[in-house]
Structure formats: structure tokens, C-alpha cells
Design a protein around this ligand. Sequence first.
Ligand code: PEP
Ligand code: MN
Length: 342
Amino acid sequence: MISMIIVMEIGAPQPEIEAVANYLKEVGVDPLVMPGQDRVAIGIPASLSADQRETIEGIVRAMAGVSKVTQTSHPYKLASREWHREATVVEVCGTKIGAEFVVMAGPCSVESYEQMHESAAIVKQSGATVLRGGAFKPRTSPYSFQGLAEEGLKILQQVGKEFSLATISEVMSPDMVPLVARYVDILQIGARSMQNFPLLIEAGKSGKPVFLKRGPSATIDEFLLAAEYVLSQNNPNVMLCERGIVPLDRTYTRNTLDLSAVPVLKEHTHLPVIVDPSHGTGVAKYVPSMALASMVVGADGIMIEMHPQPKKALSDGSQALTPDGFLALMGSLQQLSGFVKK
Ligand code: PEP
Ligand code: MN
């Protein structure tokens, strides 16, 4: 756990960074040097006494190249707004996630070329910019449809190209990262995998943008620490997704969409926050209102499941919007955006 962060000035030269790190080592502190997008931050572990912290803070503040020294109470650092004030913008195929309201849409699973082609045509027509489709599906039962695997990725890639849409698909295990990364623009880490640490590390190393879904029982700190695993692989392109947490009651909804997590995350992290009201509710008729609410609470975008024929979907049909329902939602979002200040 980090107790203090030393933020270096933009472009501080290496000798100045080293001078700070060496001073810390001299006084028996093990500094954690964290290279950022435009500046370096140095973390100091929490095991120091208050007196030690005060002395170190006084000396370091006066050193060349030091911009500011802040005390932190958070267990995460790279994901924290404390040392990275500006919002992170993840640019994927021209879409600026974090700078504009982004809509990612498509079926839960890639089922066939025709199904993806039909879906992508609607996604394109709606003005959304990212096409989703699972090829490796995390299903509760091993007897449920497991996805088309590599064949599904090929279809997604092909259709994404045809319609000039960015693509996103889930990767479930570390060894599959290179395969999925070959075909898609964004790697999705599913809710069930949020704390699969080897997977987070591999996804981070791939250099691909990573879309991290919140685990169904993960706290905000656990969620941000998971993001920290990816960021610590020198991969700054991480997006967070609130997709519902374990509900009190499954009679009416599949999960409880924690919309209050959005302003909380926006305060404490610089990473883009996307909401998935499809898995968040599990019920198609509740998706539009939660999607609109996501825009109101300050989300950077939404992920929506939409299927040309929801009743025939091989997974998550009950929460999929029809093409007409999706287009109507996009119209409402467009209208609402005029009233919502980003
Ligand atoms: C999905 O996006 O289809 C999915 C499986 O989501 P989650 O990991 O949030 O359950
Ligand atoms: Mn799904």
C-alpha cells in the first residue's frame, strides 16, 4: 500500500528522477517508480511513520523536477486521479472513449456471419461506433452454447471491417490473449474474470485497449486494483465497465446495476467508465431507462446487447434489444445528450 505519491514535472529528466529515488533509498525507503503518459510518479510505501513521512515530504518537495507531493489513502495508484488529473481517453479506430459518449452494441454471442452482418448494419445505422460479440462465452452451465471460438472472432473481424466499426470481444484465459488480440480492437475481460490476475497481466502486456468489467461482488477498490494490474504492464488504455452487482433478489432483475458507482469512479479514477445495462438488469424492457440514466450520471458510454431476433439468440436473448428497440434508444440518447453536460 502506498502512502505518498511524488509527482515529477512533465518531462523531468532522468537524473532528477533518479536523484529522488536515490534519496529515498538512502533513507531506507523502497521507491516505486511509475512511468505515466507524460510524467513519472514515485510511490512511497505505507509502512513509514508519520514523522518519517513529514521529513521526506519536506526534503523531496524542494528537489529539482518535483511538481508535487501528495498523501494518499487509496490502495491503487496508477488508476488514481490523485496523480493523474486528466481524464484518460482511449482512442480506438477514431472513437475517443472518455471524450465522447460511446455506444458499443451487438449480440451477446457471435452466432453466424449473417447474424453479425445484420447486427452490424443496425449498429452502423444507429451511429454507434463499436461492435460487440462474444466468441468465447463464460456460461454458467457447460451444456450451454460456449461460443464459436476462433471462427467467431474471424466473423467479428470481417464484419467490423465491412462496416468500419471497432470490435470488442471477451478473452477468458491468459493463454488466449494473443489469439483474441489478433482479431479484435478491444479485449474484454468479463465480470467473472475480473480478479484473474494472470489474465489481467497478459491483457496488459498485449498493448491492446482493455475493457474491464466489474466482478459481481467486487468493491470499488477491488475493481480499481484489478485495473491497476493492467496499467502496471505499461498499458494505459483501460476502460472500466459497471455491469451490475449481486442482487438482493433475482425475481425481477438478473443483477443490481450500481449506477452510483459511476460518479464514485469518475471522482477517484481518470479511466473511462462505461455502463452495461443489459447484464445489469437482464431484462430487455428495463435496458433503455437504465441506458439513459447512465448518460445522466456521467458515464462515458454504454454497452448494449442487441440481436436481430432476440427470441432465437443462443445466449442472453431475454436482455437483448430488438433492432427497432435499439434504434429508438439511440434516438432518445441523442435527444438527452442536449441536456446533459459532459
Ligand atoms: C458479456 O458481455 O456477454 C458478458 C458475459 O458479460 P459479463 O462478463 O458482464 O457477465
Ligand atoms: Mn451476454
